[in-house]
Design a protein around this ligand. Structure first.
Ligand code: SF4
Length: 404
């Protein structure tokens, strides 16, 4: 089985490469079983036992199905089961499973729509591509023969809390590949009905595939396998699925926080990682405090600059004396590149001129700073042309200078 691909293997790679590496390359054993997976296993097993009887035309009442589920739940439940959503109890999950079996029973009540061929059937098949074969493994939940339509039906039970849309069903690879696998045994499987039972929603979605679509799906899966085989880099991928991952205890994104939860207060305080975070966050708070202070100081200086400009105007004094420094006020008019917002026509005129004269590339855009620099280098004739498109802007500034 070691080199067999499976849908859960491919899904694991697509969800998180690091999880894939732990599970399928490093083969790290995991004791964790989530309650969702446990619920799904008990529902699958109860339906398998029920349909094994249906196969022999023994239709047990719904009470039988529920007591089988209860028996399996009690027999298999263990302390290591992980409940991620702790607002729910194990009993809530038990009831959820029970309700979906009751709904399912009501939906198919007579169980005479089709003939059961196989239940929980392991299937091994090989995807062919050029000279290579890719071994694949899967478990088919139920295979039925629909005698009315003379086709096989491939049934898959889902206990996930998200419902597949018809569009998603059309893109699903799992059941079409099971169909391909079946064709080697039964040529009638060239046409088959694919049925996904979303048990928690009491809803099923179905689809049919043409031989061309099956061929395309096979190629798509081979592409995915090739990508997995050539992968050299297995980074972690944080997502909502991390809460259900078996490897949080060793994953670099979760390892330290998980370890900290188990420490007592003193151990926690003395942990070197915790100390680093505390020191870093202390400095971050300090940095933010100082930044805020600088902003406040700049606002104050702005007010004083304005007062110095008023003073300079009123007193006609452009150098204002102080104990160690002087404030030097400058007032002048400069020719500037217009902004698009202040003079759209001039801005566009300047841009066109620069383009026409092949000077646009020198300034990259109509940029005041770059234009000023270039105006010192361009020939006088060019400068005169540019000046016609510039605007006059009053410049006022206040600078603090040392007393000389
Ligand atoms: S915890 Fe999340 S990021 Fe880490 S290995 Fe698991 S899925 Fe990947």
């Amino acid at each position: 089985m070691a080199n067999f691909f499976s849908f859960s293997r491919v899904n694991s790679f697509e969800n998180c490469r690091l999880q894939y590496k732990y599970k399928y390359i490093d083969k790290v054993k995991s004791e964790v079983e989530t309650i969702e997976a446990f619920l799904g296993n008990q529902v699958h097993e109860a339906l398998k036992e029920f349909y094994d009887l249906v196969k022999n035309r023994v239709i047990k009442p719904k009470e039988w199905l529920i007591s089988k589920y209860e028996e399996l739940w009690k027999k298999n439940y263990h302390e290591g089961i992980k409940i991620v959503r702790n607002e729910y109890s194990p009993e809530d999950y038990y009831e959820k499973g029970k309700q979906c079996l009751l709904d399912y029973y009501e939906e198919f009540k007579n169980f005479d729509q089709t003939k059961v061929v196989k239940t929980e059937e392991p299937i091994y098949f090989r995807l062919q591509h050029e000279e290579r074969e890719y071994p694949f493994f899967g478990i088919l939940d139920r295979l039925d023969w629909n005698d009315k339509e003379k086709i096989f039906e491939i049934h898959d039970y889902k206990t996930s809390s998200t419902l597949m849309t018809q569009e998603e069903a059309e893109k699903d690879l799992q059941l079409p590949l099971y169909q391909l696998a079946l064709q080697s045994k039964w040529p009638e499987a060239k046409k088959a009905k694919l049925v996904w039972h979303y048990l928690l929603f009491n809803k099923h979605v179905q689809a049919y595939k043409t031989p061309e679509q099956l061929e395309y799906i096979q190629e798509e899966m081979i592409e995915k396998i090739k990508q997995i085989e050539s992968c050299q880099d297995f980074p972690p991928h944080k997502s909502a699925l991390c809460d259900w991952c078996d490897y949080q205890d060793i994953c670099p994104l979760w390892k330290h926080p998980k370890k900290m939860v188990a420490l007592d207060v003193n151990e926690y305080k003395n942990d070197p990682g915790v100390k680093l975070v505390k020191e870093y966050s202390r400095l971050e708070v300090e940095k933010n405090r100082l930044n805020k202070m600088i902003q406040d100081i700049e606002k104050e200086q702005e007010k004083i600059s304005q007062a110095a400009l008023d003073f300079a105007q009123r007193e006609n004094s452009w150098v204002i004396d102080g104990p160690e420094h002087q404030l030097v006020v400058t007032r002048k008019e400069e020719l500037c590149a217009p902004t698009r917002r202040e003079a759209k026509d001039k801005w566009e005129g300047l841009r066109q001129l620069l383009l026409k004269e092949n000077r646009y590339v020198d300034v990259s855009t109509v940029n005041h700073r770059m234009l000023n620099r270039m105006l010192k280098r361009w020939p006088q004739e060019m400068i005169e042309k540019v000046k016609k498109h510039l605007v006059r802007r009053k410049i006022q500034k206040v600078e603090l200078k040392n007393k000389s």
